[in-house]
Design a protein around this ligand. Sequence first.
Ligand code: AMP
Length: 286
Amino acid sequence: MFVFHHIAEMQEYALRAKRAGTRIGLVPTMGFLHEGHLSLIDIAKARTDAVVVSIFVNPIQFGKNEDLDRYPRDFERDCALCRERGAAVIFAPEPGEMYPADFSTKVEETELSGPLCGRSRPGHFGGVTTVVAKLFNLALPDVAVFGQKDAQQALVIRRMARDLNFPVEIVTAPLVRDADGLALSSRNKYLSPDERRRALVLSRSLAAAVPALRSAGVEAAPAIAAAIRHELEKAADRVDYVEMLDADTLLAPTASTREVLAALAAFFGNTRLIDNVLIRLDEGKE
Ligand code: AMP
């Protein structure tokens, strides 16, 4: 496994691999890897010849009062996990090389980035699309894998890749949970035992929303979202949002909606956690 810290090394590897007919898979991450990230590597590996895992805590996707400075890191452990999982390359550039002092270009998606996390984290998705566009140009992937854990991010990137004609297939990987239901996240490390126990309300209330929406129908989406919010308010320190939206458009669901994204964000202590579930409305019907 190669470990590249410089853009030139990454680009040279990718160009050479492409010329040799190697199919490249890209898994962008911010490191502190867990089984969720590793499942993305497995998916990329099954579809391509060489998997590049990028490990980069992208400063421009963090807001001023967010956790950039204390974001958990363990590069040695990440390297060992990637090697074990059969990655071909780790690309871990320095922020100063990715964003020189006079960096002045931004890639922004302007529709799907609006609601949910876009509302509470202004500028976040612009930071994500900018870094992912750079990573696409650096790693030249045939396939890039993103997790359903960040459902809105996956939609935004899929739209960006289509709109800007990046020749890359975007794959969305299933959300990986701990045995007790908590969605795996690098940020779970911040949680005290009490916060972690209280955070189980996220997956529990989403799981309850699935049969509720299927039996009551799409008109009941606002009432079900309100019921989830009520549950969260009892256990979380602050509820950011609870929404049920059309899973393709991120607009309010309508009679023609086939799949609903139930998505939420809440704080436990200072830690902001997100979770979501996709609810197919025609499930079980012919
Ligand atoms: P992050 O390091 O948090 O930026 O995540 C890097 C990639 O891993 C993103 O595409 C995430 O959606 C994905 N990811 C993070 N946690 C999970 C999870 N629990 N299950 C599936 N994918 C995940």
